[in-house]
Design a protein around this ligand. Structure first.
Ligand SMILES: O=C1O[C@H](COP(=O)(O)O)[C@@H](O)[C@H](O)[C@H]1O
Length: 220
């Protein structure tokens, strides 16, 4: 893990978007198709606003969420809704988007279907909560052991008591294996949470399971 600090969140958004653009260029130079998993929540939208304008072969890129709240895409809490609106726009509209939620499937059925199509991702942009969750790998979730297991499937279903809905998440195994890894965290509380996570086991601090070769981007 290595950490890059920025003066403020605007500078962080620019720096993270530039780092992701550079990684995408490298990946697209060595492989035909590139798969990217990005966080939902509040942190990444300004990064997406910049990255979406990058001059890249977006038609060779597949974008998915790192995790999804099991709600329809019309719901305000849908990560897919935010990612489509802020990243799949401008030049990046040529990318393919892989939604997770399907109205007619339960979360378990949805996860099983996704496991048949996704076995790995090339690049990740993750976020983290002050509770040290990342993607939807929550410390309090029913299902967290399965999400952290070394032989976990690509997708796992989480039922965090702290959250209003079931979640589907890429497993720690798949997230940690990405070739290019970025974590965006803002604020002193998240800096302290990340420092604490490094002293905890992954069950208590799921972010700790995905920090191998991670670039952590922090701003106050
Ligand atoms: O619920 C979620 O939260 C985390 C962190 O979100 P933030 O609003 O604090 O940036 C996010 O990374 C994850 O994708 C999302 O589903």
């Amino acid at each position: 893990m290595h950490k890059t600090d920025y003066a403020n969140r605007d500078e962080a958004a620019k720096g993270i978007a530039a780092a992701m653009e550079a990684d995408l260029k490298t990946l697209l130079g060595s492989q035909d198709q590139v798969t990217v998993a990005v966080a939902g929540g509040t942190t990444p939208a300004p990064i997406f606003d910049i990255l979406a304008q990058a001059d890249l072969d977006w038609d060779r890129v597949t974008i998915m969420a790192s995790d999804e709240r099991w709600v329809p895409e019309t719901h305000d809490r849908s990560n897919a809704q935010m990612i489509r609106a802020r990243l799949l726009t401008g030049p990046a509209a040529k990318a393919r988007f892989l939604p997770f939620h399907q109205d007619d499937l339960t979360p378990d059925e949805g996860a099983a279907a996704l496991c048949k199509t996704v076995s790995s991702v090339d690049m990740i942009l993750l976020g983290m909560g002050t509770d040290m969750h990342t993607a939807s790998l929550f410390p309090d979730a029913v299902g967290i052991d399965a999400g952290l297991a070394p032989d976990a499937p690509s997708f796992v279903v989480m039922h965090p008591p702290s959250q209003p809905e079931a979640r589907i998440s890429l497993s720690a195994r798949v997230l940690n294996a990405a070739a290019c890894k970025h974590l965006a965290i803002y604020g002193q509380d998240k800096a302290e949470a990340l420092a604490k996570a490094q002293t905890c086991d992954a069950k208590e601090a799921p972010i700790a399971a995905v920090l191998t070769d991670m670039t952590v981007h922090w701003a106050p």
